[in-house]
Design a protein around this ligand. Structure first.
Ligand code: FE2
Length: 198
């Protein structure tokens, strides 16, 4: 069965002024949509066509099928990114993740610095992540389409730092975009749900 572009979990205007409707029109409507279309075209005559998205990601990574991997991972990463944000989000975490961040990073401010640093120093395109690995939280960054799923880590939160994620709203100011993501957009409920399942 063909993969489909999932709808945004909120209206395209819901994150304004921090992320504009125009950004969503391009980022979700064009970029994310193109990854879905490309993936379906690539899988048309492949034995992977009936596999789950996670299975396609694992298989194409292992077999170094870059075309399939890049599109499949970008479909997964973007869907995860939309849920990593919510209107009136950001700021200090709540629930279990708040205690876990204090335990594993020392403080929320220390986590924020590491996350901003990861996103700002990812050269070129990629992603900043909060993951859990062997019971410990870590901040990581990945290039291009790469996802922590292939590195034995469980993603809890991500921020897209490809230019298409922020250029319409922030131009070249990636650090400002990362600060806004942390202060106004992070969906800590989603992070807590992912932590509970990890
Ligand atoms: Fe993106």
């Amino acid at each position: 069965m063909a993969f489909e572009l999932p709808p945004l979990p909120y209206d395209k205007t819901a994150l304004e002024p921090h992320m504009s409707a125009q950004t969503f029109e391009f980022h979700h409507g064009k970029h994310h949509n193109a990854y879905v279309t490309n993936l379906n075209n690539l899988l048309k005559d492949s034995p992977l066509v009936d596999k789950s998205l996670e299975e396609v990601i694992a298989d194409s990574w292992q077999n170094k099928n870059a075309g399939v991997f890049n599109n499949a991972a970008q479909v997964w990463n973007h869907t995860f990114f939309w849920s990593s944000m919510k209107p009136n989000g950001g700021g200090a975490p709540t629930g279990a993740i708040a205690d876990k961040i204090n335990a594993d990073f020392g403080s929320f401010d220390a986590f924020k610095e590491q996350f901003k640093q990861a996103g700002a120093t990812q050269f070129g395109s990629g992603w900043a992540w909060l993951v859990i690995e062997n019971g410990t939280l870590k901040v990581t960054k990945t290039p291009n389409a790469e996802t922590p799923l292939v590195n034995g880590q469980t993603p809890l939160l991500t921020c897209d730092v490809w230019e298409h994620a922020y250029y319409l709203d922030y131009q070249n100011r990636r650090p400002d975009f990362l600060a806004t993501f942390l202060d106004h957009l992070v969906n800590w409920d989603f992070v807590n749900e992912n932590l509970a399942k990890a």
